[in-house]
Design a protein around this ligand. Structure first.
Ligand code: RTP
Ligand code: MG
Length: 172
């Protein structure tokens, strides 16, 4: 049996086909104080890079009380509010903006549920956390919240629009 030369080349889907039903989004991710203190920054950045998300903003920063209260404003009045504010202001965080199709929900699924004790292995919280108050990462929970949170943590000039070499092997 000879080699077959009549097999058509594989058709890579067009960008439009590949993203059907998806929206290009940006989401805010924080590596919380426990993640930074435990030396998990490289591991966590690597997970988002390897997934194929596109990095458009990144900085190490301290969270002021005012910023924390705005960021977690939806939880004001809840029993854990003060603890959350204390924790996020206790030590530096790494703030990042990741872009990609449906990146908001993609990052949330990579993070796992809020309580690490209930998080499956393979998720960030399931692999690195045990306590609901120290759950390693934050990710925006909707596209509209993502826009607000990105504006809280970044000036527009700090976000970088760029194309990754070889990016078509992730985003055809
Ligand atoms: P995050 O905002 O930090 O990404 O977490 P999340 O969406 O998964 O959870 P959310 O409901 O927004 O809660 C914000 C943070 O508050 C702490 N928390 N403690 N003790 C409790 O019942 C409780 N519930 C929430 C967690 O640290 C959570 O990340
Ligand atoms: Mg939340």
């Amino acid at each position: 049996m000879g080699l077959r030369h009549d097999v058509p080349p594989i058709q890579l889907p067009s960008r439009a086909d590949g993203w059907e039903g998806m929206s290009l989004e940006r989401t805010l991710v924080l590596i919380k104080p426990d993640g930074v203190q435990r030396g998990l920054v490289g591991e966590l950045v690597g997970r988002f890079e390897r997934r194929g998300l596109h990095l458009v903003g990144l900085k190490l920063t301290s969270v002021s009380r005012e910023l924390a209260e705005r960021h977690y404003g939806e939880h004001r009045g809840r029993p854990f509010f003060d603890a959350v504010i204390e924790f996020i202001t206790s030590s530096p965080v790494v703030a990042m903006v990741w872009e990609g199709p449906n990146s908001v929900s993609m990052v949330r699924s990579m993070m796992g549920p809020t309580n690490p004790a209930a998080a499956p292995s393979g998720t960030i919280r399931g692999d690195f956390g045990v306590d609901i108050g120290q759950n390693v990462v934050h990710g925006s929970d909707s596209p509209s919240r993502a826009e607000q949170e990105i504006a809280l943590f970044f000036d527009l000039a700090e976000l970088v629009s760029w194309e990754r070499e070889g990016g078509r092997w992730v985003y055809p």
